[in-house]
Unconditional design. Structure first.
Length: 139
């Protein structure tokens, strides 16, 4: 269990140091900004669509390690997915964050399971996802 935790820790540190899809997109089809006042995390999210599919996604912002790693993991997880699949992933991840009993079928996103022990940090982990939902709902 502690080996697993160490591995999770490493993945989070890696995604925080070298966030994936971390750039400002020119001419995005959709975008949204998110702010987590509890921690001061800010994120800007950009989507390029191909009809209903998220052709590419990027983000920018500054925040704590959890918010940056979560945004990075999210962009990896949703690129190439349909909007519907991305929304489903949001529901699953949200449930996973709020309920320790929920099993994770979220592959890499499961590295954030440790965050559930720190309720104030759940908002950090959810920020990018809420921003994604805002981008999807308000084109
Ligand atoms: Zn934070």
């Amino acid at each position: 269990m502690s080996d697993l935790r160490e591995l999770y820790q490493e993945v989070i540190i890696d995604h925080n140091k070298n966030p994936r899809h971390f750039f400002e997109m020119k001419n995005p089809d959709r975008q949204a900004e998110g702010f987590n006042p509890l921690c001061g995390d800010r994120v800007q999210l950009f989507l390029k669509m191909n009809q209903d599919m998220i052709e590419s996604v990027s983000f920018q912002g500054c925040g704590c390690a959890i918010s940056t790693a979560s945004a990075s993991l999210m962009t990896d997880a949703i690129q190439g997915k349909s909007l519907k699949d991305a929304m489903q992933l949001f529901e699953q991840f949200h449930k996973f964050m709020l309920d320790e009993a929920t099993e994770c079928h979220l592959e890499k996103l499961s590295v954030l399971s440790g965050v559930r022990e720190f309720p104030t940090r759940i908002k950090c982990a959810m920020l990018a996802w809420h921003t994604l939902m805002a981008a999807i709902r308000n084109p």
